[in-house]
Design a protein around this ligand. Sequence first.
Ligand SMILES: NC(=O)C1=CN([C@@H]2O[C@H](COP(=O)(O)OP(=O)(O)OC[C@H]3O[C@@H](n4cnc5c(N)ncnc54)[C@H](OP(=O)(O)O)[C@@H]3O)[C@@H](O)[C@H]2O)[C@@H](O)CC1
Ligand SMILES: Nc1ncnc2c1ncn2[C@@H]1O[C@H](COP(=O)(O)OP(=O)(O)O)[C@@H](O)[C@H]1O
Ligand SMILES: [K+]
Length: 494
Amino acid sequence: MNILNKEQLRATDQHTIQVQGIRSWDLMERAARELLKAITREFPHGEFSILCGPGNNGGDGLALGRMLKEKGINTQVFLLESPKYSEDNLENQKLLEEFEVFNLEKLPELWPDSIIIDALYGFGLRTGLGIEWKALFEKIEGRTCLAIDLPSGLLADELTTSPYVKADIVYTFHCPKKAFFAPEHGIESFEIIDIGLEKVGDGNYQYLADVHLLLNQPSRFAHKGTLGQALLVGGSKGMTGAIDLATKAALRGGCGIVKVYGPGCTPDLPSEALVQRDINLEYIKQTPTIDAKTTAIGIGMGMSHNGQEALLEFLSVLPPIPLVLDADALNILAKHPEKIPTGAILTPHPKELDRIVGTSKSSFERWEKAEKLAKKKGIYLIVKGANTHIFFPDGKILVNSSGNYGMAKGGSGDILTGLLTAILAQGYPIEKALPLGVYLHGLAGDIAAETLGHDAMNAGDILTFLPDAWKLLRRRACTTSKYPRRSTEQRELL
Ligand SMILES: NC(=O)C1=CN([C@@H]2O[C@H](COP(=O)(O)OP(=O)(O)OC[C@H]3O[C@@H](n4cnc5c(N)ncnc54)[C@H](OP(=O)(O)O)[C@@H]3O)[C@@H](O)[C@H]2O)[C@@H](O)CC1
Ligand SMILES: Nc1ncnc2c1ncn2[C@@H]1O[C@H](COP(=O)(O)OP(=O)(O)O)[C@@H](O)[C@H]1O
Ligand SMILES: [K+]
């Protein structure tokens, strides 16, 4: 799904009107009907106070108000007084004539228990709202509030520091807006409302969901040689847990063989993994001479001087692609950015990224820097967090839709590294392996949270539920394909 900016949204809107031979009013009517369904499904016994602005966002609110009233649902509609209204807004004002519409005062008389529907402004806002809005927004804060398309006052594609509505759920049309992914904005929940807009090409900024379409189907005749070999290099004295988690994740990642190279103090790892230990006890000193198709380096390596030397040495001798660089490898490379190999996959969390590109004042600035770095160095950057962003060297950006805050526990990132390495080792092209691994990791986290709860789950539980996540993806793959190949495995899943 493309993530569109406001210019692209307008173009999509116009294109749809032309191709479908409809009026923009019809689109607003469609939007309101879909909103009605979503809102009454979520709040079947609610009564509503709708705050409408002068543009088409306000028009959506007016149309929704009419539909709620026609269904006999208690609804008050307030309209902001304005010297100018959009055409469709005016048409909807007329259609509401038989019902009373109140003037939106600075502090309107809202029913005490109603659910607020915010239809003041959508993506058409040119600049942030003035502080005169603060009083109203504070008045509705603390009440259940649903925003139409965007919380009013929030700018769709940039950082907003001026007042905006704090909504519990944002019902957004067609696609999520970039502003929803910035933690600064605190958008806790959004639901995408499909209003049948036409697709205008494949954008370079996409929301990841249909990753099952990327799955390969291994042959019945596959053997451990054909399923690929993954090598994980990492660990140091006092930091051996990370390599343990990464190894277990790689063992659940579908590749044929998982090899590990660590210092002498590397603990016992699952017996399926082939472990080699360095002559040095505390940190890796030597360059491993292990044959493997895909390598991940950095997991719990530490920042000792010798460890740093070893890493830089590895980079000069290891086959460069596919190469996953995580954790301490990133911290070491932050000091030697010229040594970041072209084609490498870097998996920083925001702080690790900051060490490489410098600190940023906002997520938007950080995303811009990540995009530039990926293009300049010809590398892949997986910037982890809620809605992990994957930056490609060609400028493409994918935003992950799976995962939850239950995964915000130490070790979750190590599991991602192990999983990605195993997927890459199987021969998936990088363009497919990264979205597949990132989404799958989040999906396993979602199943863990559903089963165990967000609070109690820990990173290891992502591993426990990886098998369920794989099965769910495989099932989706065979149910969405028009002519599914019916291998024994697929028949069993269906
Ligand atoms: N394609 C889709 O996805 C569909 C979108 N739809 C809906 O349309 C919405 C977009 O509608 P929109 O373009 O009319 O803009 P909207 O957000 O209502 O605001 C415009 C009004 O705000 C005013 N204004 C601007 N800046 C201001 C400021 N700083 N301070 C104060 N005022 C300011 C501006 O004034 P003007 O710039 O004209 O002077 C104008 O009056 C979208 O979010 C969705 O809800 C659906 O109906 C169906 C399909
Ligand atoms: N709030 C969240 N929502 C979704 N995923 C999250 C959230 N917090 C963390 N994660 C995921 O958990 C992982 C954390 O990685 P990282 O910060 O490297 O942890 P660690 O270094 O402890 O392994 C990332 O994959 C990230 O996307
Ligand atoms: K709104």
